[in-house]
Design a protein around this ligand. Structure first.
Ligand SMILES: [Zn+2]
Length: 359
């Protein structure tokens, strides 16, 4: 899932995302809550109407940003008080408030409010944090069940505008929500870097019962080998017939590895953020396009990539755009990196299909 933090994948218009085959985007609740605010989005028919995107959307719970962007946050049983990184104003998120906001934003998949345990953390602190996340998961579910029909999907945007790309070639299309359709609320497993706590968190989250499960609290500074161990341990205790979502990973070779282990969904800012810094992922490894060695390189960025950037432009031109700080550099770099990630997963999905036919 490409990350569209504030209702846009930075630098790439929605029709291009459709052409790339993006079936689902991630939006950040924390950022959208602060700007433009949930009431604006709700009035526009939710994020789908507001950003003219007819395919699927997932919003995170806001928890991760509250914990990563706010050093002055105050965590209590009831919820978290934090300050806006934009204007310093004080705000409060609780499980109930996170549900209310995410129902108003109207994504297809929404996440329970959780506490992302910091790394490193003592075992006792990790357990406390995990217990809090479990209590918040229950409160999230209760509030969601009571209010899920308030999702603004049947509300016309009023603008008369229509997103046109829903049915474009060969990519997952969001079924148009029927009367009374609701969002899917996923639970989040925490438990820090303790296998025992991860197991307990997974089992107890499954006991609460959700249509899908996420593994949170990883990629927070721990060594990569530890991430793999925790993912492998946690996956064993999550039902294989429900979506399993690993939050906030990873590099191209890592996402293939996680998919091989049984992860179904991932999101990461890496392809888009790295692109804006001139770091490009290719079939031949990473390319730092700012380097002088590409100044007269006539080759395509990635000769094996069939994206619109690699078919049209030379490395020399991409390097020039980057060196000149042109807006187009960010646009083209992002398109290629997204295309590379999506193709990586398409190839992997294809190999699952072949393997299951062989069985
Ligand atoms: Zn390309």
């Amino acid at each position: 899932m490409p990350v569209g933090t504030v209702g846009t994948v930075k630098g790439v218009p929605q029709d291009v995302l459709e052409d790339l085959g993006v079936g689902i985007l991630l939006g950040n609740t924390y950022h959208l809550y602060l700007r433009p605010g949930v009431e604006t989005v709700r009035q526009m028919g939710g994020l789908h109407g507001f950003m003219a995107w007819e395919r699927c959307i997932l919003t995170d719970s806001g928890g991760f940003q509250v914990f990563s962007l706010n050093e002055l946050r105050k965590v209590k049983e009831e919820g978290v008080t934090f300050r806006s990184h934009i204007d310093g104003t004080s705000h409060f998120f609780s499980p109930e408030r996170a549900m209310e906001i995410q129902i108003g934003l109207g994504a297809d998949i929404i996440m329970a409010f959780d506490e992302c345990t910091e790394y490193p953390a003592e075992e006792g602190r990790t357990r406390e944090s995990m217990e809090l996340t479990l209590r918040w998961a229950e409160r999230s579910k209760v509030h969601f069940e009571q209010h899920k029909h308030e999702v603004p999907w049947d509300k016309a945007s009023g603008s008369g505008l229509q997103a046109s790309g829903a049915a474009r070639a060969g990519t997952p299309v969001r079924p148009s929500p029927s009367q009374g359709a609701t969002q899917a609320l996923f639970g989040i497993v925490q438990g820090g870097m303790s296998k025992e706590l991860r197991r307990e968190s997974a089992l107890r989250t499954v006991e609460i019962g959700f249509p899908g499960y996420a593994i949170g609290g990883l990629s927070v500074g721990e060594p990569r080998v530890m991430t793999y161990e925790i993912v492998a341990e946690t996956l064993q205790h999550l039902p294989a017939d429900k979506p399993r979502y690993l939050m906030g990973v990873g590099r191209p070779e890592e996402i293939v590895q996680y998919a091989r282990m049984g992860v179904d969904m991932m999101d990461c800012v890496l392809p888009t953020r790295a692109a804006r810094h001139g770091l490009l992922y290719t079939s031949q490894g990473e390319v730092s396009i700012k380097q002088a060695r590409y100044a007269r390189d006539e080759a395509a960025l990635d000769p094996e990539c069939r994206c619109r950037v690699c078919r049209r432009y030379s490395r020399a031109y991409l390097r020039h755009l980057y060196a000149s700080n042109e807006l187009l550099a960010q646009v083209l770099n992002t398109i290629h990196n997204l295309s590379f990630y999506l193709e990586t997963m398409r190839v992997f999905r294809g190999s699952i299909g072949v393997a299951s036919q062989a069985l």
